[in-house]
Design a protein around this ligand. Structure first.
Ligand code: BES
Ligand code: ZN
Length: 624
């Protein structure tokens, strides 16, 4: 008894030593308790030849504690030319600075010695980015739709802003920003901000200046830029789409519902607080499906399916304008506060615009994909609140944050009612608009503002299980799978051989129904049956990128050779991590598949975004 008690004390104190502390950002060097950056003013020239941004960042810095001496910023692969303090008389004083040791995943701290005294100061950092900047992709003309002009775009989430701007790269620090971007003549620059008047004529260096201003305080991961042959088309009064000229028509018609989506979301969750909502359609190498950069979501062209069937992704990025951009996760441990809530909002928008049946299908597919992810995750990574210390936060991106997070809100809905949860969320967005919060701050707010309404409806222990436990809690209210009954019936009959391929009622299937059919085929299907499916429905050439992915998984599993040239085309023409990673993973399971994967990757790698490269390197490891 005594011994056991002692063992417990030892165990807990050992744990306490390295217990994770809520609200502490383990993915930033910034000493945010000593100094806070409040505003970032950028002046950057874009050089495609050198694949570099160069110029300066003026950081308005507030001293939080009088004793604070050094300002520590995050950087990765930046060359720092000088650091100085801007004086009121428009002169400047050089400051002593030092780049520290490179740390895995995090980059290097930039330590700047600050003069004693003043509470607020402006620090100018002259710098340039490197061609390998993890948050930028520099595309050659050949990698664009138009093939004539180069293209640049950023992806700052999770911790890549530091690879193109020296700053406090932590989501608990919010800044306003302004920027002057000097872009090569003929190219257009856009940012996640309002744009000012555009410099009409190129300067002596042949660069045209673009002015941007973001007046609302945002976390660094939402600072974004793109430069290319970009045009704009209005959709509604405060919505529109930016894209390369050749993509503009298709994009505008695919996303024609954009204005209605904003209105639907406002009706559910309160006013849209960012002014305009536009989309930027990126080239196909974009590493994510979408990125919720404020006022201007960055979107993969792989959602342009021709039939609006993948627009839930737009609803998702739009929903982040509330969950994520207004109320922001304080650290990457709290990522589920961004994504789980956003999936919940996304489904509500889908339901409002496209009906309950469509929403149920998305829910059901979401659950399936959560289960697939859970099967490969160790228990520690199955929690909503994640311990990502000594890990790349980009690796914490799994369906746990998304679909399990959403299931938690659905569980609350089942106990309190939809209207109550909706009212609660409106209040939550209102209450926490603009600060960043961590998991436990949310839980406190939840207890006071929802759980307390009906004592006993949800216990503390249940909340504990949802947030800190592995897997899907037994008390989860799972989305019914019965919307897919007819598809299951068809599949079973087809598998059993009692339904001929030509008799499958698939001509009328939606994308979601196709996905359910293909995702749930038996592991082993004979080659001639796959050939029949392929011949009847031209699946290897599917235009819909999600259907193609699901089909290719089946063909790889069953070594269906006729699909391989198309898989190669797919893997070399798009770079969205969620679409290419599963195929490499599936291929690496057999020696023959692995050889194919290596050969394809050797050709594809140069065209992938650095973030996708990091993920695929870990799977294919061409060095080995
Ligand atoms: N914010 C994420 C993208 C992201 C997450 C970038 C983590 C970097 C680190 C974005 O909102 C997102 O979730 N995109 C999804 C689409 C969505 C419909 C699930 C994607 O890219 O697939
Ligand atoms: Zn998201």
């Amino acid at each position: 008894m005594k011994l056991a008690a002692l063992a417990w004390v030892v165990a807990t104190s050992a744990q306490a030593a390295d217990a994770i502390r809520p609200g502490v950002d383990y993915h930033s060097f910034a000493n945010v308790d000593e100094f806070r950056v409040r505003h970032v003013a950028l002046d950057l020239a874009v050089s495609f030849r050198e694949k570099q941004l160069s110029g300066h960042a003026d950081l308005t810095v507030h001293r939080q504690s009088p004793a604070a001496r050094a300002l520590v910023l995050d950087t990765r692969d930046l060359d720092i030319r000088s650091v100085s303090l801007l004086n009121n008389d428009s002169g400047s004083t050089p400051l002593v600075f030092k780049l520290g040791e490179e740390q895995k995943y995090l980059g290097k701290p930039l330590r700047i010695e600050m003069p004693a005294g003043t509470a607020d100061s402006i620090v100018r950092i002259e710098y340039r980015s490197r061609p390998q900047a993890s948050g930028l992709q520099w595309l050659t003309p050949a990698q664009t739709d138009g093939k004539k002009h180069p293209y640049l775009f950023s992806q700052s989430e999770s911790i890549h802003a530091r690879s193109w701007i020296p700053l406090q790269d932590s989501p608990q620090v919010r800044v306003t920003y302004s920027a002057t971007i000097h872009a090569p003549d003929g190219l257009v620059a856009v940012m996640s901000a309002a744009h000012g008047p555009v410099g009409a004529r190129p300067d002596a260096k042949g660069l045209t200046a673009y002015r941007f201003e973001m007046k609302q305080a945002i976390p660094s991961y939402l600072i974004a830029i793109a430069v290319g042959d970009i045009e704009f088309r209005a959709i509604g009064e405060r919505t529109g789409v930016y894209a390369e000229p050749g993509v503009l028509d298709a994009a505008a018609s695919e996303f024609a519902d954009l204005e209605r989506m904003v209105a639907a979301c406002e009706k559910l969750f309160g006013p849209y607080r960012w002014g305009r909502y536009d989309l930027l359609i990126l080239p196909p190498s974009a590493p994510y499906g979408g990125m919720e950069n404020p006022r201007l979501s960055f979107i993969t062209p792989t959602v342009i399916a021709g039939d609006k069937s993948l627009v839930a992704l737009i609803a998702h990025e739009l929903a982040h304008s509330w969950s994520g951009n207004l109320v922001t996760n304080a650290t990457w441990r709290d990522f589920w506060l961004n994504e789980g809530f956003t999936v919940y909002l996304e489904r509500r928008i889908v339901e409002a615009l496209y009906g309950e049946r469509r929403e149920r299908m998305e829910d059901a597919l979401g659950l399936q994909s959560l289960r697939r992810d859970l099967a490969d995750l160790d228990p520690a990574h199955q929690q909503l609140a994640l311990d990502l210390r000594n890990e790349d936060p980009d690796d914490g991106v799994t369906e746990v944050a998304y679909e399990k997070g959403k299931l938690f809100l659905q569980f609350l809905e089942s106990r309190f009612g939809r209207d109550e949860v909706q009212a609660f969320l409106r209040g939550y967005f209102e209450h926490f608009a603009f600060p960043s919060i961590h998991t436990e701050q949310f839980l406190d707010y939840l207890r006071a503002n929802l759980l307390a309404q009906k004592p006993g409806a949800v216990t503390a222990q249940q909340v504990q299980e949802w947030v800190y436990g592995p897997g899907i809690p037994a008390l989860a209210v799972l989305p019914p799978q019965d919307v897919f009954k007819p598809i299951d019936g068809a599949r079973e009959a087809w598998v059993a051989g009692s339904l001929a391929t030509a008799s499958l009622p698939a001509r009328s299937w939606s994308t979601q129904e196709w996905l359910h059919f293909l995702d749930n085929l038996p592991q082993a299907v004979r080659g001639e049956r796959l050939a029949e499916l392929d011949k009847t429905f031209t699946l290897s050439k599917a235009r819909n990128a999600e259907i193609a992915l699901s089909w290719y998984r089946n063909t790889i599993r069953n070594d269906y050779a006729p699909a391989f040239p198309d898989i190669e085309r797919y893997l070399t023409s798009i770079g969205r991590r969620k679409l290419v990673r599963p195929l490499y993973e599936e291929l690496m399971k057999t020696p023959k598949g692995a050889a194919f994967a290596r050969a394809v990757y050797a050709r594809a790698r140069a065209g992938y975004h650095p973030i996708t490269v990091t993920s695929i390197d870990a799977i294919v490891s061409p060095q080995r």
